[in-house]
Design a protein around this ligand. Structure first.
Ligand code: DAT
Ligand code: MG
Length: 151
């Protein structure tokens, strides 16, 4: 099985709205492996590193306030092609355009409160995983259904 990994984050609105179980359940049922998971209150300093690509954009201050406004749930998922799979399961950034059946399409109505983050490339995934997790927080194990998920 491929060891490709991605980083996902249930944002503070998702946590406060009680959507953590729903979202994790979708990933589990899809066949993705949870290799790390924790609740974290993102500091302003971490938020600026995490979203450094958006520094200077008009929505940046609002994004900082939103992402630091309460606890988030940070997750590392593993599986073949996990980066594009999680992006597809999230739906596009603006929930108005996100397809029904995606997380944003089903549970959000506004870009500034779009419930979930997922890495947009393997390079971003590696950077984001290193920002949020120590190596000893990742766990290696075999899913009971792994032989059915892959040939
Ligand atoms: P994504 O989260 O789909 O990767 P992104 O990286 O372009 O999207 O933006 C990061 C987050 O910033 C996004 O989830 C919500 C917020 N954001 C992006 N564009 C925005 C906008 N035009 N107005 C308000 N918030 C925005
Ligand atoms: Mg992004």
């Amino acid at each position: 099985m491929s060891g490709e990994r991605t980083f996902a984050l249930v944002k503070p609105d998702g946590v406060k709205r009680g959507l953590v179980g729903e979202i994790i359940g979708r990933f589990e049922r899809k066949g993705l492996k949870i290799v790390a998971i924790k609740t974290i209150r993102i500091t302003r300093e971490l938020a600026e590193q995490y979203y450094s690509e958006h520094i200077g954009k008009p929505f940046f201050d609002g994004l900082m306030n939103y992402i630091t406004s309460g606890p988030s749930v940070a997750i590392i998922l593993e599986g073949k092609d996990v980066v594009p799979i999680v992006r597809k399961m999230m739906g596009v950034t603006n929930p108005v355009q996100a397809d029904l059946g995606t997380i944003r399409g089903d549970y959000a109505v506004f870009t500034g409160r779009n419930v979930i983050h997922g890495s947009d490339s393997p390079v971003s995934a590696e950077r984001e995983i290193a920002l949020f997790f120590r190596k000893d927080e990742l766990h290696d194990y075999v899913r009971a259904d792994e032989g059915l998920l892959y040939d």
